[in-house]
Ligand binder design. Structure first.
Ligand SMILES: Cc1cc2nc3c(=O)[nH]c(=O)nc-3n(C[C@H](O)[C@H](O)[C@H](O)COP(=O)(O)OP(=O)(O)OC[C@H]3O[C@@H](n4cnc5c(N)ncnc54)[C@H](O)[C@@H]3O)c2cc1C
Length: 381
C-alpha cells in the first residue's frame, strides 16, 4: 500500500512533529519505568515540556500558547503514544480550552501563560464517587459567601491531581436550580489553599505513569472571581460544549496506539518461529493482522476527517461521540488480537504490547463511557 498521508499534516506540522518526536525520545521515553513506579511524571518534566513547546500548542500565542491548531495538539498526542509515554499534557490542553472559551481576559492572561510554560499544572474535576456518567448528580457544593465560594465535597479519578496547581472544578452553585442549571465551573488555585487535600495515587490496571487521585474540599474558600463564565449555572452546558475536544483527543491516541500495535506485532510475527517457520507464514497470523491493519486504517481515515473538520471549526458533537466510541473499541479489539499473536510474551508486563493492552482498557470508560457516546449518537437520529 502506498504510504498514506493524513491530509491535515502540512510542512509546518511535519516540522513540529520532528521537534516533538526528538524531545519525547530524549527526555521522556527513558524515564518511563521510573515514572510508572512513582505514579507520575517528574515535576521538572512539565517545565521541560513547556520550554520545548509541547504544552498548549493550539492556544493563541498572546496567551503563551503555540499559536497552532488542533493538528499540533494531535501531533503531541500521537508522538507520546508512539513512544509509549504517559504524560498529562492532554488534560492541560483540555483545561486551557475551558479557560479560553469562557474565561475573562484577565483570567486568560493570569492562567494560560504559566500553563503553557509548565509552571502551572492543570486538572479537571467532574467525577465524584457517586457521579460519573450522571454529571447532574454532582454533590460538591460551592456556596457563595461574600467575595468567596466556600467549597465542600470530594472528587475521584482526577488525572494530574497530585501536581495540579489549578483545578477546573464542577460544583453545585445553586442546589435549588434545575439540574442542568445548578452547576458552575470554578477555577481552584490549590497552592496553600486551606481545606484542600489530595489523596494518594489510585492503583490502576494500567497507565501507571499518569497520576490519578481523589481530591477533597472541606470548606475551602476560593475567590468568587474564579467563576468561569459571566454567570453561575452554566457549568453543565460548558462541559457539554468542551467534552468533544477531550473525546477527539482520545480518538487520536486510540488510532496511534492501534497503528503501533499492528506495526509491532507484524515485526514480531516475522521474527518469532513456530513449527519451523515464522508466525507470519501461518495463514491465521496473516488474516488476523490483515483484519487489525484494515480496522486501524479505517479508523485513521475517519479520525483524519474529524481532525480536519475540527481545524475548520466544523466538527459536531455526534461525530466526536462516534470517534470516541468506535476508535477506542477498535483500539481495544486490535490490541487484544495483537496480544494473542504474541503468545505468552504478550502477557508479560515488560512486553510493550502487554502494557498497551492494560493502558487501552480505560479509553472505553473515561471522558464519557462508550455507552454514553452511543446515547449521544442515538439522540441525533
Ligand atoms: C484512569 C482514569 C482517569 C480519569 N480522569 C478523570 C479526570 O481527570 N477528571 C474527571 O472528572 N474524571 C476522570 N475520570 C472519570 C471518568 O470520566 C468516569 O470514570 C466515567 O465518566 C464513568 O463514570 P463512573 O466511573 O462513575 O461509571 P458509572 O457512571 O457508574 O457507569 C458504570 C457503567 O454504567 C454505564 N452507564 C451509566 N449510565 C448509563 C446510561 N445512561 N446508559 C447506558 N449505560 C450507562 C457506563 O457506561 C458504565 O459501563 C477518570 C477515570 C479513570 C478510570
Amino acid at each position: 500500500m502506498a504510504e498514506y498521508q493524513s491530509p491535515w499534516v502540512n510542512d509546518d506540522v511535519r516540522m513540529y512533529r520532528e521537534t516533538v518526536r526528538q524531545f519525547v525520545a530524549r527526555e521522556f521515553a527513558p524515564q518511563q519505568a521510573r515514572w510508572r513506579s512513582q505514579h507520575r511524571a517528574d515535576p521538572e518534566a512539565w517545565i521541560k515540556a513547556g520550554a520545548a513547546g509541547l504544552l498548549l500548542p493550539d492556544v493563541p500565542e498572546e496567551y503563551g500558547g503555540g499559536g497552532g491548531t488542533f493538528a499540533h495538539e494531535a501531533v503531541v498526542i500521537e508522538e507520546l503514544t508512539r513512544a509509549g509515554v504517559h504524560f498529562g499534557s492532554g488534560i492541560q490542553s483540555i483545561v486551557a480550552h475551558y479557560i479560553l472559551a469562557y474565561g475573562s481576559e484577565e483570567q486568560k492572561r493570569r492562567w494560560l501563560p504559566p500553563m503553557a510554560r509548565g509552571a502551572l499544572v492543570a486538572a479537571i474535576a467532574m467525577t465524584e464517587p457517586g457521579a460519573g456518567s450522571d454529571l447532574q448528580a454532582i454533590k460538591t457544593s460551592a456556596r457563595r459567601d461574600g467575595a468567596h465560594y466556600v467549597i465542600s465535597g470530594s472528587k475521584t479519578f482526577i488525572t494530574n491531581a497530585s501536581q495540579a496547581g489549578l483545578v477546573c472544578l464542577a460544583a453545585k452553585t445553586d442546589p435549588r436550580a434545575a439540574p442542568m442549571r445548578a452547576l458552575s465551573l470554578i477555577i481552584v488555585e490549590t497552592a496553600g489553599l486551606a481545606g484542600y487535600d489530595v489523596g494518594r495515587p489510585l492503583e490502576k490496571v494500567g497507565m501507571h505513569a499518569q497520576d490519578t487521585c481523589e481530591i477533597f474540599f472541606d470548606a475551602a474558600r476560593v475567590p468568587a472571581a474564579n467563576l468561569l463564565g459571566a454567570a453561575e449555572g452554566r457549568g453543565f452546558a460548558q462541559m457539554m460544549e468542551q467534552l468533544p475536544y477531550e473525546r477527539l483527543s482520545i480518538g487520536v491516541s486510540a488510532v496511534a496506539s492501534a497503528e503501533l500495535a499492528v506495526a509491532m506485532t507484524a515485526r514480531y510475527a516475522k521474527e518469532r518461529r513456530a513449527f519451523g517457520k515464522p508466525l507470519m507464514d501461518l495463514q491465521n497470523t496473516r488474516f488476523e493482522l490483515a483484519q487489525c491493519s484494515s480496522e486501524s486504517h479505517i479508523g485513521r481515515v475517519f479520525l483524519d476527517s474529524c481532525i480536519a473538520r475540527q481545524i475548520a471549526g466544523e466538527l459536531d458533537a455526534t461525530a466526536t461521540a462516534m470517534a470516541k466510541f468506535w476508535l477506542t473499541d477498535m483500539q481495544c479489539r486490535v490490541i487484544d488480537d495483537c496480544v494473542q499473536l504474541h503468545g505468552g510474551y504478550g502477557y508479560m508486563t515488560e512486553t510493550p504490547i502487554a502494557r498497551m493492552w492494560a493502558d487501552s482498557r480505560v479509553q472505553r470508560i473515561y471522558a464519557g463511557s462508550n455507552e454514553i457516546m452511543k446515547e449521544l449518537i442515538a439522540w441525533s437520529l
